[in-house]
Design a protein around this ligand. Structure first.
Ligand code: PMT
Length: 404
């Protein structure tokens, strides 16, 4: 079943060259199962014709406030009733100004004022128009009114200038809309998680680390935000961009990760250990670069503290989720980690499936059994983990979480 199955989206297309990307966006939405009703402004139709959208969506395109195809003649009311969202892409400076001030002088602006569903806009304009104080003032008003702003991106513009104001690519808008429409399963909850590898120094230039990319942890942080949680992420050394609305704390070593976790633990409802934390670190760190002398070198390692184990056994422990990365015997090892660390949930993955890449295949282990999720992109897997986590929390029904 498509990601948008059963959902109807009203796609507003206004007059900018990025209107050509709206054609691709409507195709992606239809392919994902959405019913797409395109509302094309007069200026939008100067860039892309109604026939293009009609062919791509298989539905009539709406262009006029006076369109009499609705039996009651009220397209500006009926089009948004039952819709999951109105999305305007591209949204010109003109339509943003109209939305900010409640001007309704055509079908699109009028239905936005009359809507009873969320509104998302993907601005697209020349960088000077975007930076103009009038536009920026309008964006403040729109944000204040609860309108979700997607982008804009930075880069080459059709006018030949370079800067902010490019519309996001169709695929990015699709992903943002999908994320926005996720059920708010963790509304009001606070989630603390770790992500990425740690780096344990040997000397000023060398250290011990592993190949965790941080992608799984960052995807889980994003999925928790999408589900309505307030998220704090303690991240080891990775170069990934921070997911929107995530409070990120960067650390290097397992000791720094432990310190950041313990400092941010009070008041959290959930702790998730996605990080591949070093189990051992050099017992001493050389202050100077170790010189080579052609002979073998012995490093003495000492065990690091187990952050997840320590959190889970506290009297005030939040609901704890661990990850288990194994190269074999996933079920046996993951289950024994769950029991040994007294965790409510363990997400088991084989390193060959999950480490470093864009996709993962995981099995969820809790006190009631093992639940495999289908292999998928990490953000999709993360949403599956969040759904399972939310169902475990619901079972607690306000009582303290039981990590066992
Ligand atoms: O980052 P990616 O490239 O996207 O890869 C994702 C991943 C494979 C790293 C991730 O899916 C994963 O499996 N993370 C846990 C890796 C791991 O260290 O597993 P473990 O079996 O060694 O540790 C078990 C649990 O204890 C983990 O939740 C870990 O965060 C935690 N731990 C381990 C050691 C330690 N000193 N402190 C800890 O908190």
């Amino acid at each position: 079943m498509g990601a948008f199955a059963g959902k109807r989206i009203v796609l507003g297309v206004t007059g900018g060259i990025a209107a050509y990307k709206a054609a691709e966006l409507s195709r992606l939405l239809v392919k994902a199962g959405a019913t797409v009703d395109v509302v094309l402004t007069q200026a939008g139709s100067e860039f892309v014709g109604a026939m293009t959208f009609q062919s791509l969506t298989g539905r009539p395109v709406w262009q006029s406030l006076w369109d009499d195809r609705m039996s009651n003649g009220m397209a500006h009311i009926d089009l948004t009733r039952g819709a999951a969202a109105v999305l305007i892409a591209p949204a010109t400076a003109n339509v943003l100004a109209k939305l900010a001030y409640g001007v309704c002088d055509d079908l699109l602006s009028t239905l936005c004022l009359a809507r009873d569903c969320p509104l998302l806009v993907a601005p697209a304009m020349n960088r000077q128009m975007w930076e103009n104080p009038a536009t920026q003032r309008n964006m403040v008003l729109l944000r204040h009114d609860g309108v979700k702003i997607l982008g804009p991106a930075t880069g080459d513009q059709a006018c030949g200038e370079v800067g902010d104001g490019r519309m996001l690519e169709a695929e990015a808008i699709f992903d943002e809309l999908y994320a926005f429409l996720q059920p708010k399963l963790l509304a009001g909850k606070r989630v603390l998680l770790t992500a990425g590898p740690t780096f344990e120094p040997i000397d000023p230039v060398r250290g011990l680390t592993n190949s965790s990319s941080g992608k799984m942890g960052f995807a889980l942080a994003q999925a928790c935000v999408e589900a309505g949680a307030e998220v704090t992420m303690v991240a080891g050394p990775v170069m990934l961009p921070t997911p929107h609305n995530v409070m990120r704390i960067d650390v290097q070593t397992s000791a720094q990760m432990r310190e950041a976790v313990l400092k941010n633990l009070p008041g959290q409802d959930v702790f998730i250990g996605v990080a591949a934390v070093a189990d051992y670190r050099p017992k001493t760190v050389s202050a100077e670069k170790i010189k080579k002398n052609g002979k073998s070198l012995t490093l003495l390692l000492e065990a690091t503290d187990d952050i997840l184990g320590e959190v889970a056994t506290r009297l005030d422990a939040p609901l704890c989720v661990g990850f288990a990365a194994e190269s074999q015997h996933l079920e046996t090892y993951a289950e024994s980690k769950r029991k040994a660390k007294k965790l409510a949930l363990v997400v088991g993955n084989l390193v060959q499936d999950g480490l470093g890449g864009e996709t993962n295949r995981v099995t969820l282990f809790d006190a009631t059994g093992a639940y495999p999720l289908p292999p998928a992109k990490k953000i999709i897997v993360a949403r599956g983990i969040v759904a399972h986590l939310a169902s475990l929390m619901e079972k607690c029904d306000g009582k303290p979480y039981a990590n066992h």
